[in-house]
Ligand binder design. Structure first.
Ligand code: SF4
Length: 295
């Protein structure tokens, strides 16, 4: 049944279609009227609290309390239309090679205005092309822009410590951002910038096929989940996540939300809460926290 679209929605759809056509994508199919729902499971109980004395210095465990449950809207990659045209990386079996194809496709990207607002370079993403765990932040900062790698400044050091506290190494995971160019003055990336850049992130996710994605901060979470909610509502639960264009044999990832490391630097009291989020992820992935060496 045809429905009149709001002018704003019509304009956004037209922009998005134009963008996909710029990418050489022309075939679009309207998704069914009712997207699949996802069950939100109560978060896992805290796993062993014995791992708290780690480099990711966390505060004492608190009772996680009652967790949220219920049914949330479908997780999509930000559009009403599913794009089903083949991507150049599809059919490239090797994950690292497929990521290279996406990077080449991105080229010296000028698709959004961030290309002319002082970026030094594009920050594509880094890590294990076959990672089970992927972290997604908001966008590069000054250090990342200078070095061409996500999460290398102070916030990156804290993220490294968080990864280490989980018993993993930075090389084990994959790290990327919603936008790949530094917003001027480290401002929050704007909606059109996120919408223009995130299809490339979706393609990276489709290649890597992680078991779990951790959204770092509200901007990443809202863009990935297309949900406008405060962190207090976004955290502490699982979401099903699968880009619209991905391997049909891949069931998709589970997605959890935690605080951005830059926020934790400003408010270290929230580290304990972030650790609970990471423990939920560890339990799902079957990761045992490292033993304390003094014992
Ligand atoms: S942020 Fe993304 S879409 Fe915008 S110019 Fe950079 S790479 Fe291109």
């Amino acid at each position: 049944m045809d429905r009149a679209l709001e002018p704003e929605l019509r304009r956004e759809l037209a922009e998005r279609l134009r963008y996909y056509r710029d990418l050489g994508i022309h075939d679009f199919y309207r998704r069914g009227s009712r997207p699949r729902s996802m069950e939100i499971e109560p978060a896992a109980e805290t796993v062993s609290a014995s791992s708290e004395k780690l480099l990711f210095s966390v505060e004492p465990q608190e009772d996680m309390g009652a967790r949220k449950s219920g049914v949330m809207p479908v997780v999509a990659d930000g559009g009403i239309f599913e794009v089903v045209s083949p991507k150049p990386e599809q059919g490239v079996a090797d994950h690292a090679s497929a990521l290279k194809v996406i990077r080449e496709d991105l080229g010296d990207c000028r698709r959004c205005k961030l290309h002319q607002q002082g970026r030094k370079q594009i920050v594509f993403g880094v890590g294990n092309p076959q990672a089970e765990l992927m972290f997604v932040g908001e966008g590069p900062g000054a250090d990342e822009d200078a070095q061409g790698e996500p999460f290398v400044g102070r916030a990156g050091q804290l993220l490294n410590n968080m990864i280490k506290a989980m018993g993993l190494r930075r090389e084990d995971v994959y790290i990327a951002n919603i936008v790949k160019c530094r917003p001027p003055g480290n401002r929050t990336p704007e909606r059109d910038e996120c919408e223009t850049c995130s299809p490339f992130l979706m393609r990276q996710i489709s290649v890597i096929k992680p078991k779990v994605i951790v959204a770092l901060g509200a901007v990443a979470a809202k863009n990935l989940l297309a949900i406008n909610a405060p962190m207090s509502e976004l955290r502490g639960r699982w979401y099903d996540f699968k880009p619209a264009v991905s391997d049909p044999s891949w069931p998709g990832a589970r997605l959890a939300v935690t605080y951005h490391p830059a926020f934790l630097l400003r408010d270290p009291r929230q580290k304990g809460e972030a650790w609970k989020d990471l423990q939920m992820v560890m339990k799902y992935l079957g990761i045992q926290p490292p033993k304390k060496s003094a014992e």
